[in-house]
Design a binder for this molecule. Sequence first.
Ligand SMILES: Nc1ncnc2c1ncn2[C@@H]1O[C@H](COP(=O)(O)OP(=O)(O)OP(=O)(O)O)[C@@H](O)[C@H]1O
Ligand SMILES: [Mg+2]
Length: 269
Amino acid sequence: MTVTPTTMTATPTIDVETRGLTKIFAARHGTARITALENVSLAIRRGEFVSIVGASGCGKTTFLRILAGLETEYEGSITLDGLRIDGPGPDKGVVFQDHRLLPWLTVGENIGFGLLDLPKTEQRERIRKYLRLVGLQGFERAWPAQLSGGMAQRAAIARALVSKPRILLLDEPLGALDALTRVYMQRELEKIWTREKITMVMVTHDVEEALYLSDTVVLMSARPGRIKKITPVHLARPRDRENPVFQNLKKELLVEFGLRAKSLFSYEI
Ligand SMILES: Nc1ncnc2c1ncn2[C@@H]1O[C@H](COP(=O)(O)OP(=O)(O)OP(=O)(O)O)[C@@H](O)[C@H]1O
Ligand SMILES: [Mg+2]
């Protein structure tokens, strides 16, 4: 078991709830202690797509690692479906910026790595289902080195989804891709989210990507990492990046970052 009950009164539509989440990294080898997160309180609805944006070092990865159960020392509380998160597990899928596929296993074996307890036929069915979902049908026997960057990230998403997690956590999943592939993959990610109806929390540096994909954009400020602004995005999907409302939201968020509007079209923090 990776979770233990703390409350029976959680609102059913809330999937993840953090209250007063504070993470302090202790001083070590002469470095000062760092308050990576301070008093972060956030409620994420079931099936919601939430993006976390903010400058480098503001605690985005730390927040995701706590959600993933990879970081278990913190103050405050964090629950998934009303149960305290206290370790990693199949209920939480994680995708990192680099795909982290094992090079000595085929794409299919990489995706099926967490399914070894299941009967062989079920393993195969699930692997095929998720390869199809991410558009990689036919690549089961390929090696990771034979995939492009975008394909490798799709395989990583399939691997994270194959254990049918309740929540998918993505840390800059498209950060290493070229601009065109990135835009294409944003659309693919949206399709996967729509089909799987899963709660997704994605860290990104890219405000436009966050606005394109998210129901809610959470902007964080650095040192200490705090929530600075929560922006609900009520635009129909798939979103039109040229829509004036979209453009205005983008401008507002960039201004919060301290960027000037004239840098709108060539921006990456
Ligand atoms: N294991 C660790 N030990 C000590 N300090 C850490 C550790 N991990 C992160 N930190 C510090 O916590 C702060 C937040 O780091 P984090 O990696 O969460 O930032 P981030 O927002 O993901 O940054 P980036 O956008 O560059 O990935 C930073 O100041 C970092 O130096
Ligand atoms: Mg990070």
